[in-house]
Ligand binder design. Sequence first.
Ligand SMILES: Nc1ncnc2c1ncn2[C@@H]1O[C@H](COP(=O)(O)OP(=O)(O)OP(=O)(O)O)[C@@H](O)[C@H]1O
Ligand SMILES: CC(=O)N[C@H]1[C@@H]2OC[C@@H](O2)[C@@H](O)[C@@H]1O[C@H](C)C(=O)O
Length: 384
Amino acid sequence: MGRIWTAIGLMSGTSMDGIDVALIRTDGDSIVERGPSAGYAYDPAFRQQLKQGLEDARAIEERRERPGILAELERDLTVRHVGAVKAFLRDNNMLPENIDVAGFHGQTVLHRPAEALTVQIGDGELLAKETRIDVVYDMRANDMAHGGQGAPLIPAYHAVLARGLAEREAIDAPIVFVNIGGISNLTYIGAGDELVAYDSGPGNTLIDQWVEAHAGIPYDQGGMIASEGTILPQLLDRYLLHPFFTAEKRRSLDRSDFAPPAPSDASLEDGARTLARVTAAAIIRSARHLPSKPATYIVCGGGRLNLVIMRDLAALAAEEGGRVFAAEALELNGDSMEAEAWAYLAVRSLRRLPLTYPGTTGVERPMSGGRMAAKPANPLEFKP
Ligand SMILES: Nc1ncnc2c1ncn2[C@@H]1O[C@H](COP(=O)(O)OP(=O)(O)OP(=O)(O)O)[C@@H](O)[C@H]1O
Ligand SMILES: CC(=O)N[C@H]1[C@@H]2OC[C@@H](O2)[C@@H](O)[C@@H]1O[C@H](C)C(=O)O
C-alpha cells in the first residue's frame, strides 16, 4: 500500500436537510479506517431558500449560469460548509493540517442527464481558502462529458465496502446497497466485482413533501404517520406505472421527476402509508433489472429510519428470496456513507483513478473526474 490520505467528505443531499461530514483514511483503493462523522442540520429558513434555488435553477441552460438567487445561495451554502468543517474539526480535536483533502459534493439544483446537464452549486475555491484544506469538487461533470448520467457516484465506494464485508461476514451474494435518500439508488455487486448501479425511484422526497404540505413537519419520523394509514391501491399504481420502471435503459433521476399526490388524493396517514410502499416497491421493481436476484439488501440513507418502508421492503424482498439489513447490522454507518464516499472519491480523483464505470453511470469507459482547489500557501513558508 502506498500513500494513505486522511480525507473528509461533505455531502448535502437531495433531501436538503443538512450537511453530512465524515472522515476516512484511505489509499484511494482500500479503506484503511472509517473515522468519525457528524451531521449539521440546515435551519428551516435556509431549506426554504434551497427550495427557491431549485425553482430558479430551472432556467439554467449552461451549467455555469446562476440565475435568480443562485449566486448568493452558492456563497451561503459554501459558507455553511466552511462552518460544518470547522465544527467537525473542533469536535474531533483536529486541525486543518491533519486533513489531506476534502471531497465537496455541493448541492444539486438541477439534474437533466438527457440534456447532459447537471448542476451542483458549491464554491470549491472559497471552501479551500476558508478551511485551509485542499478541496476536490464538481465530481459529476466529467462523467457527463463522456456520456455518463453523472450519477450515481457512490457505487465505487459501495464496491470497496462490499469487499470488506466479504472478508468478514457470512452474508449471501449478490449484495445490493440501497441508499434511501431524497431519491433512492442501488448498487449491485456481482461475481468478480461486477458493478451495476442506477437510481431506483423516489426515496423520501414524496413523503417529505406530503407531510410538509399536510402537517407542516419535515419528515415522517420513524414512519409513525404511515403506520396509521392504509395503502391506497389506485394511488400506488399511479406511481408504479411511471415509465421509469419499465424503461429499457436505467437512468438517474431528478428530484422533480416524481410529484407528490394532490391534497385531495388521500388523508395524511393514507398518503404517507401509500408513499412508503411506493418507495419500497420502486426499489424492488428497479432491482428486477439487475443481472441476477439480490440475496442481501444493505440499506443506508435516512429512509432506513422509516420502519414502514423497511418492513415493506423486507416483505417484498422476501417474496423474491432476498433479505434486508440496515447498514448498522453490518457495522456500517447508514447516515454517513455518502459523506464517506465523497472522501473516498476525492482521493481517487487526486490519484486520477476512475470514479465511474459503464455499469454505474453509463459512461463510455471507466472515468475519473473532479476539480481541485488548492488551499492557500502557508504564509510562513518562505519561497526563494
Ligand atoms: N428518523 C427518521 N425517520 C424517518 N425518516 C427519516 C428519519 N431521519 C431522516 N429521515 C428521512 O431521510 C431523509 C434524509 O435522508 P438522507 O440524508 O439520506 O438524504 P440525502 O442524502 O439528502 O439524499 P440523497 O441520497 O438523495 O442525496 C429525510 O429527508 C427524511 O425523509
Ligand atoms: C444528481 C444527484 O445529485 N443525484 C443524487 C441523488 O440522490 C440520490 C441519487 O439521486 C443519486 O443519483 C445521487 O446521489 C448519490 C449520493 C450518488 O451520486 O451516488
